[in-house]
Design a protein. Structure first.
Length: 295
């Protein structure tokens, strides 16, 4: 069993932005979803765990090895798919993966070829192996990204917003691939897409303003708000007044009509229907409460 222990982690950038503010988490094998809106601190946390940047304070231990003190140790066991992969050199996918495998320390030629072939097959890019990655579609690039992250059998895999910008089919394909990677390693999926976490992750946390504001099993978390979420279709012009009167956790357009969801112990007023809440409602309700507490 692998264990990642994050203790009281903070990160303040030189420009004064406090991106992480006392993060404490323990993560073991399986898929862990890290949900948060833009700017919540997800990438800052991922980069710190991946030893690509140092925290301002606190510690990250992977199987009791201090990531900050021994970055080389962690990098040997890490597979990382960053949000932005940068520019790809104009060489074939196969050659690029081979090159990255050398950098990962797979020096035995035979072993390297075998791993590159197996990974290209696993991510369904074998038939495209002679094409350059910069000519790939977004989904193909992400699948290539996961192939490079899987080189050298990492025990800790970090994927940062991997489905952003993918169409639903490519996104599905990518997530299925991720879920196959195995129960025997830690996979941290950082995303703002609630559905992805709901479908894949038995454990999750919500990050906001650099803090963990909730964590647990998605199904258990949703139980906390059962019977407390109400919905109503309202005229668009009334949104403001409903927001002033009730705890409106989300506003959505449904078939061109404005639907609000409200957190309330009992029916807020005639016309509100109770709904069976989902993880998205939990996420919005948690963010709503957090922002309210902030004032
Ligand atoms: N290198 C940096 N220097 C200064 N500020 C930074 C740096 N990187 C991130 N930030 C700031 O830190 C905060 C958290 O950013 P971060 O990228 O970690 O969030 P995120 O949850 O990954 O968001 P997104 O989904 O938009 O990438 C933001 O306010 C961001 O502007």
């Amino acid at each position: 069993m692998n264990t990642l222990q994050i203790n009281n982690l903070t990160k303040t950038y030189p420009n004064g932005v406090k991106a992480l503010n006392g993060i404490t988490l323990e993560i073991t094998n399986g898929m862990f979803g890290l949900l948060g809106s833009n700017g919540a601190g997800k990438s800052s946390l991922m980069r710190t765990i991946a030893s690509l940047q140092e925290p301002s304070s606190g510690s990250v231990l992977f199987n009791n090895i201090d990531v900050v003190k021994h970055p080389h140790e962690i990098r040997k066991q890490l597979g990382y798919l960053p949000q932005e992969f940068g520019v790809y050199p104009k060489i074939s996918a196969e050659k690029l993966l081979n090159h990255l495998a050398v950098l990962k320390g797979i020096i035995n030629h035979k072993e390297r070829n075998a791993q590159v072939t197996a990974l290209l097959q696993q991510v369904n890019l074998y038939q495209h192996r002679k094409k350059a990655v910069h000519t790939f579609s977004g989904g193909m690039r992400q699948r290539f990204g996961i192939a490079q992250a899987l080189l050298a059998n990492p025990q800790l895999i970090i994927v940062d917003e991997p489905t952003a910008g993918l169409d639903p089919e490519e996104s599905n394909r990518f997530l299925n691939l991720l879920s196959e990677i195995g129960e025997n390693v830690i996979v941290i999926l950082s995303t703002h897409i609630v559905e992805d976490v709901k479908n894949l992750c038995p454990k999750m946390a919500i990050l906001a303003d650099g803090e963990i504001i909730s964590q647990g099993n998605p199904t258990d978390l949703v139980k906390h708000i059962e019977g407390k979420i109400w919905t109503k279709i309202i005229p668009k012009k009334d949104v403001d007044s409903y927001q002033k009167t009730y705890d409106v956790i989300s506003i959505k357009l449904v078939s061109g009509e404005t639907q609000i969801r409200v957190w309330s112990e009992q029916q807020p007023e005639i016309g509100f229907e109770p709904i069976v809440p989902n993880l998205e409602d939990y996420y919005f309700a948690t963010l709503y409460n957090h922002n309210n507490l902030k004032g």
